[in-house]
Design a protein around this ligand. Structure first.
Ligand code: FAD
Length: 429
């Protein structure tokens, strides 16, 4: 394993649980990253929260699946939790120390402190995280092919399709290209646009970290930074109305916010060009000013930050192995998942897959209607052209049973996922 972060440690434990010895190679403390502060494995670099504990929410469901699938890090998180309402939050120092102790107690895992500068020739799980050292990042780029490794995220929010007001938003693809309902358009009058730009420019933002200074020079300007650059910059940029024809009888909009379909079922829609560094509460407040989105629920909030990740669907096979170097299986944030529990989940899958492959078996991937399967599907089978990192949300799942309210549909999707998972686990090593 390259990297003793959340994914690397989880993968090592999964291998050990299946009797496979491994070496876990970690570059800290000899070589640091701009965010890690300790030399402990499984360090939580920012928040101490693993998000909702309610299994009816997608993050809560993923945690329940991890527990059922034998995740060691979830077990440790549960043991060192601190009160945080419905969320699972942990004492971060106790968490990482407990991970270290568990690694040291495990005879099949050897923790070595050194930087790995190129992809090993032997079977390996590569989990160097969002702040991978430049040497290993270069080698992954070489194997993945130019243009398939990225060094920052520019993530736009995703809106729950059931909460878009379709009496206001209308389907139309710019210049009539593509399918008629590939895009939804939220139209704005001049007065609505001016009001929106003012709210956007004055909304509260996440302060940039020192090592993220260069981001805005790389063509991933947050939408609020575009608004700062001039009153009409958005109307000539991501909100330009050209080539968009409203339904008969409706006025030509002054500006539009386009929503791009995230899945065939139309349960999730991406706000095109709306990568943002607004704090989440402000995203909710300001983006709900957009006509058609007044009642919108956000499946994922936007963000812009430093991140190293591959275009998974372009370069990974169904087991997250680099197609061009199949002895290297990726895990963690570098695969294009986003978040602590998502990184752990891909680590667990990588450990399970590797143990089976080393034993000469072809492992069955988790079903698509589980949270584990939905994440794996996102990084191995999502759309290459529009790929962006994602945390777990219901928009990644196959559509739920029809004809129910949102809450009941989610409850049904969660129950379906757990039943599918149990069935899968009963046949998995
Ligand atoms: C600044 C920042 C804040 C974040 N905040 C949150 C948050 O609040 N909540 C959330 O859910 N997610 C957050 N994330 C996203 C992500 O969930 C975490 O970064 C998570 O730790 C990723 O897990 P990982 O195992 O992929 O990588 P990491 O946990 O970062 O582990 C990678 C490990 O690999 C080591 N390494 C790197 N290169 C090499 C090499 N060449 N050789 C050997 N070792 C190497 C690193 O030192 C590190 O220990 C944040 C990310 C960043 C960058």
């Amino acid at each position: 394993m390259v990297g003793a972060g959340l994914a690397g440690c989880e993968a090592a434990f999964a291998l050990a649980a299946r009797g496979v010895p491994s070496r876990l190679l970690e570059m800290r403390p000899g070589t640091g990253t701009p965010a890690h502060r300790t030399d402990l494995p499984g360090e939580l670099v920012c928040s101490n929260s693993f998000r909702s504990g309610n299994p009816e929410n997608a993050p809560g469901l993923l945690k329940e699946e991890l527990r059922r699938a034998g995740s060691r890090l979830m077990g440790i998180a549960d043991a060192v939790r601190v009160p945080a309402g419905e969320a699972l939050a942990v004492d971060r120092a106790r968490f990482s120390r407990a991970v270290l102790e568990a690694l040291e107690r495990e005879p099949l895992i050897t923790l070595e402190r050194r930087e790995v500068t190129e992809l090993p020739d032997e079977p390996c799980i590569v989990a160097p995280g969002p702040l991978a050292s430049p040497a290993i990042a270069d080698d992954i780029q070489r194997a993945a092919g130019a243009g398939n490794l990225y060094f920052y995220d520019a993530i736009a929010p995703i809106v729950d399709g059931g909460t878009i007001d379709r009496s206001v938003a209308f389907p139309f693809s710019r210049y009539g290209k593509g399918g008629g309902d590939d895009y939804m358009n939220c139209p704005m009058s001049r007065a609505e646009y001016l009001c929106f730009v003012e709210a956007l420019a004055s909304a509260r933002r996440v302060p940039p970290r020192p090592f993220e200074d260069e981001l805005h020079f790389q063509g991933c300007q947050p939408v609020e930074a575009i608004a700062d650059s001039g009153l009409f910059s958005l109307a000539f940029g991501p909100m330009k109305p050209v080539g968009i024809v409203p339904p008969p009888g409706r006025e030509k909009p002054f500006a539009v916010v386009q929503l791009r379909r995230e899945n065939m079922e139309g349960t999730a829609w991406n706000m095109v060009g709306f990568q943002t560094k607004l704090v989440q509460g402000e995203q909710k407040r300001v983006f709900r000013m957009i006509p058609g989105l007044n009642e919108a629920r956000f499946l994922r909030f936007g963000s812009v930050h430093r991140n190293t990740y591959v275009n998974g669907p372009a370069v990974l096979d169904g087991y997250m192995r680099l197609r061009a170097a199949p002895n290297a299986m990726l895990a963690g944030q570098i695969t294009g998942v986003e978040g602590y529990i998502e990184s752990m989940a891909t680590g667990l899958l990588a450990g399970m897959f590797t143990a089976a492959l080393l034993a000469g078996r072809k492992p069955e991937p988790p079903p698509a209607d589980t949270a584990l399967g939905a994440l794996l599907g996102h990084v191995t089978r999502g759309g290459e052209a529009t790929f962006s990192p994602s945390n777990i949300h219901y928009g990644l799942f196959p559509v739920g049973p029809p004809g129910r309210g949102r809450r009941e549909r989610r409850r049904a999707m969660s129950a379906r996922a757990l039943a599918s998972l149990d069935n899968w686990l009963s046949g998995s090593p």
